[in-house]
Design a protein around this ligand. Sequence first.
Ligand code: 1CP
Length: 354
Amino acid sequence: MAELKNDRFLRALMRQPVDRTPVWMMRQAGRYLPEYRETRAQAGDFLSLCKNADFACEVTLQPLERYPLDAAILFSDILTIPDAMGLGLYFETGEGPRFEKTVRTMADVEALHQPSADGDLGYVMNAVGTIRRALNGRVPLIGFSGSPWTLATYMIEGGGSKDFRFAKAMLYDQPEVMHALLDRLARAVTEYLNAQIEAGAQAVQIFDTWGGALSHPAYREFSLAYMSRIVKGLKRSHDGRTVPVILFTKGGGQWLDAMADSGADALGLDWTTSLTDARQHVGDRVALQGNMDPSVLYASPDRIREEVERILAEYGKGAGHIFNLGHGIHQFVDPDRAGAFVEAVVELSPKYHR
Ligand code: 1CP
């Protein structure tokens, strides 16, 4: 594999000194880009886009052609695992993801197929290899997975949800069924992320998008415990380099202390948490990634720049910050505003590293 030309992102994840704050955007390849919409139309639908390594590679690289980003993220989805477990993922036009089957009982859990990372999910590993070759060392490639709890919500509800009616009922009434499901998911996620690392992912992120919907004790028992187990089961070095792990719980600002003890190298933050407070809590245990409100990208370029400056100052001087949005970029953002954001980080951050 080609020599890595820009290792700013990996260095910051390990809290090593850098010349400026590295930057990437969650969901940086996606519907806000006209070129993405064009490739998706060619591929037919979203799943065909994920399953074809050349298309997945093309859309992964699209945001890098526009902006000076410091990392690429594999184009795929967190729902590849439930799909490979036999639930039948599909997308209705204009709607979010849906599953043909749901998981509501112990019998449903026992009937799940334990997916193989090389067989059932081999198309993801092909995409990782194809993207690494195309990147040719330009920036590192991030692999990812959903957290067991977040994946479980989709599997139990049969798609996206606002109140997690069935998942919460299971958690409170039948915790043994929930634990059986989370246990299977944790094993699948560990194998899946390790396979991505072997295929060439240079850092991995666990997306716990719905962890923030849990109560204080339930977060530890049903989400963090399983993410910690995964972190401990990951191959932390490959090809002579450390492979850093990032944990992102949306709405997890009050649990950073416990998250920092998981063994992860970095924590992702949404915009409701102050980077100053977060840094105080975690000390030198982990790096921090985030945390601009993605809706700032609806504002003017001047206002975006002001917000970037405020967040840089909030983290302060020194290593260990990766600039990102606090959640995925919205589909109605003007691509030029995303450009103004990335450029502001590039221009304004060097003074925090002198
Ligand atoms: O083109 C389309 O219409 C499909 C939209 C889309 C895209 C672009 C979906 C369906 N997934 C993706 C790609 C995707 N999903 C990436 C790509 C890499 C990148 O550029 O960042 C990633 C990292 C994800 C992860 C993902 N999928 C998460 C976790 C991150 C987050 O934003 O919270 C979640 C919750 C999903 C589920 C999902 N897949 C797709 C949609 C629309 C959703 C959200 C459904 C819901 O609201 O519950």
